[in-house]
Design a protein around this ligand. Structure first.
Ligand code: ZN
Ligand code: ZN
Length: 410
């Protein structure tokens, strides 16, 4: 038996409590930055397993298992749920009104706890340091930064490599992984433009912010079509546009809420510069009396998998699960804040997607490695990853990835 087999031999007897933990977390979802119960549950389990536990960034928890000479591996799970009312009829559906684990972060917590238990019980079979990190508030892009700001780099041993996984609507039993950009950078931007208010019957006395904002919205459509090189990816969406209260009043300001997604730092800076340029230009054209204001929020970094680390982990996954179970991850326009953690340490990482859809349930709708419209996606009130084999594969993936870097002693 190699060390992976030795460590994973105990998985069968652990799956019971891992499933129970998943159902318990799913029944008791907590919103971003309010993960108190989850955080306590995680800290208690890690302590029982023999990890040294540190609390960082409010509800963030880090467990460190120092086990002799060798590399240090960090694995991360996010813990927060969403303001979604669950519509599934699962026996373990959310018991909290208006809150649901609709993104599967309960899968991430329970599988990483499972891996942590196996690594602790199997410590004679490897050496090095294993870090299990549980972060708050991924959904609002604040949790990883909160842990970094609270001293992550000085309070936790520096890892050599970092890993995370995300359950997605792809076939359960499969893992999707690719080198390079896998999740986009995401920026939200609030723009306020100013006009001059007047009676609705006297437009000549006003600077109308509704006309100004409308013009900005149309002109923003040229950012992707005219400023970005064909073939490069960018999304610019105006998700909200607000001005005025009444038909016969010309308002004195308008606000626009934009969402921006990119896979490349240069494309991102080009897009942001083009947006600001267009807004300023339209304000000049309209004779706006005040400079426009730009307020960036809910910002997510790019997730770009390190190629050598990803190759090594992909090969280990293929050896463990069989190459049929490993598919190439298609780029997602969703975003994640995981990369702030390895970036804070300056270390490489890989982030893989974990299949969570029961092929029996959805039949032909299940596509390997891609997401079908017929399947409830993350953030849907019907999102319901199948427990088996999703949880088992999630635990195995964490252990196999870790052992790729930890010294094997038996
Ligand atoms: Zn999410
Ligand atoms: Zn998520």
């Amino acid at each position: 038996m190699n060390s992976g087999q030795t460590i994973l031999a105990g998985l069968g007897t652990e799956l019971g409590w891992i499933r129970d933990t998943y159902r318990d977390l799913h029944r008791h979802p907590e919103l971003s930055l309010e993960e108190h119960r989850t955080s306590q549950l995680v800290a208690e389990k890690l302590t029982t397993f023999g990890f040294e536990v540190t609390h960082l960034g409010g509800t963030g928890v880090v467990g460190v298992l120092a086990n002799g000479e060798g590399s240090t591996v960090l694995a991360r799970a996010d813990m927060d749920a969403l303001p979604v009312t669950e519509e599934t009829d699962l026996p373990y559906a959310s018991e909290v009104a208006g809150v649901m684990h609709a993104c599967g972060h309960d899968v991430h917590v329970s599988t990483l706890l499972g891996a942590a238990k196996l690594m602790a019980d199997g410590r004679d079979a490897w050496s090095g340091t294993y870090i299990a990190l549980f972060q708050p508030a991924e959904e609002v892009g604040a949790g990883a930064r909160a842990m970094v700001d609270d001293g992550l780099v000085t309070n936790v041993p520096r890892p050599d490599v970092a890993f995370a996984q995300h359950v997605m609507p792809i076939e359960a039993g499969t893992v999707a992984v690719s080198a390079g950009p896998v999740l986009s950078a995401g920026d939200s931007l609030k723009i306020t433009v100013y006009g001059k208010g007047a009676h609705g019957s006297m437009p000549h006395m006003a600077v109308d912010p509704v006309v100004l904002a409308a013009s900005i919205v149309l002109r923003l459509q040229t950012v992707v079509s005219r400023d970005i090189r064909p073939g490069d990816f960018a999304v610019v969406t105006v998700g909200a546009l607000n001005a005025g209260t009444k038909s016969n009043i010309i308002a004195d300001r308008a606000t626009l809420l934009l969402n921006i997604r990119t896979y490349d730092a240069h494309v991102r800076s080009t897009v942001l510069a083009a947006i600001e340029r267009i807004v300023r230009g339209e304000c000049i054209t309209a004779e706006s009396p005040r400079e426009p204001e730009f307020e960036y929020y809910d910002q997510f970094p790019l997730t770009s998998n390190h190629s050598a680390v990803t190759d090594q982990v992909t090969a280990a996954f293929a050896a463990h699960f069989g190459s049929d179970a490993i598919v190439a991850a298609t780029r997602q326009t969703a975003s994640e804040d995981f990369s702030r953690i390895p970036d804070a340490f300056g270390v490489p990482y890989t982030f893989w997607l974990l299949g969570g859809v029961d092929p029996e349930t959805y039949g032909d709708a299940v596509e390997r490695g891609s997401v079908s419209r017929d399947i409830p996606a993350n953030h849907s009130p019907y999102f319901a990853p199948v427990l088996d084999p999703t949880l088992e594969v999630g635990v195995r993936a964490h252990v196999v990835a870790a052992l790729t870097y930890l010294a094997v002693t038996s």
